[in-house]
Write a protein that binds this ligand. Structure first.
Ligand SMILES: Nc1ncnc2c1ncn2[C@@H]1O[C@H](COP(=O)(O)OP(=O)(O)OP(=O)(O)O)[C@@H](O)[C@H]1O
Ligand SMILES: [Mg+2]
Length: 262
């Protein structure tokens, strides 16, 4: 079953010099339960694409459908974890995680129970009453993940969730996300990243976007079921895909038409 269908999606922004075309004729599909990673050069429109999928902005032309219906606005079913940490600085860990549940008018007792559960699942036990400024970057991103997953979205949109972290913390959080995606049944997710290894480790399929105005120039299917173990990244099958993807990123200018590596 297909969850997302993007058909010839184009989007421009007004800029000082006129119109800035960002996405041009972008076509893609995401199946139910699939994790799709999106890579592309800085400024090519990856965050714009996620905002369109979240229903925060609309395309100028083309159609974006979620489970058969056109996306016309935001919905609790499609949640975005932003590129920058987007916690409320004046709320504690507990209140930040509970925020979405409160907005969804979940009963108070249930919010408390769910928040407690999520604090534990993301490894923040004991930090319940800390404020974002008192947390490390990795901890803040754990809160952001918990806050989003606590409302049980059907589509998880992740915008470079670990880009600001050091390599060790990034690996820990990648493993945490991998586990959470596996635990929560087959959740559909779109993950924007600059990191080829992260894409191959976490996704079923990878889409590489060209520079602006962007369209899909390469699609790559990862030949291993999820959840994966980190060691698999160093085995020839996946390592080869990481290398091919990194090479494609380096040679982006030469990739004009959608190619395919199996
Ligand atoms: N609201 C806006 N108004 C005007 N221009 C915008 C707006 N949002 C994005 N842009 C422009 O659209 C282009 C794509 O932006 P976007 O944030 O989607 O890129 P990105 O691929 O996510 O980049 P990065 O990898 O650096 O996060 C950029 O040139 C940006 O300046
Ligand atoms: Mg971005």
């Amino acid at each position: 079953m297909t969850d997302l269908v993007l058909d010839r999606v184009s989007k421009s922004f007004v800029s000082r010099g006129g119109m800035l075309p960002v996405l041009e004729g972008l076509c893609a599909q995401v199946e139910r339960g699939e994790v799709v990673a999106v890579l592309g050069p800085s400024g090519c429109g990856k965050s714009t694409l996620l905002k369109i999928l979240a229903g925060l902005i609309s395309p100028d032309s083309g159609s974006v459908r979620w489970r058969g219906a056109a996306i016309r606005g935001p919905s609790a079913a499609r949640c975005l974890v932003f590129q920058e940490y987007s916690l409320f600085p004046w709320y504690s860990v507990r209140r930040n995680i509970g925020f979405g549940l409160e907005v969804a008018k979940v009963a108070r007792g249930k919010v408390q129970a769910l928040v407690g559960e999520w604090i534990e699942r993301v490894g923040l036990s004991g930090f319940d009453d800390f404020y974002p400024a008192q947390l490390s970057g990795g901890m803040r991103q754990r809160v952001a993940l918990a806050r989003t997953l606590a409302v049980t979205p059907e589509l998880l949109l992740l915008d470079e969730p670990f880009a600001a972290l050091d390599a060790v913390n990034r690996a820990v959080l990648q493993d945490l996300l991998q586990g959470l995606l596996a635990e929560s049944g087959r959740k559909t997710a779109v993950l924007v990243t600059h990191d080829a290894a992260e894409a191959i480790y976490l996704a079923d399929r990878v889409l590489l976007l060209s520079s602006r105005p962007s369209a899909v120039v390469l699609e790559l299917t990862v030949p291993a079921p999820r959840p994966r173990r980190r060691e698999q990244l160093y085995a020839p099958a996946l390592l080869q895909h990481v290398r091919e993807l990194e090479e494609a990123v380096r040679n982006l200018d030469r990739l004009q038409v959608a190619g395919r590596i199996e």
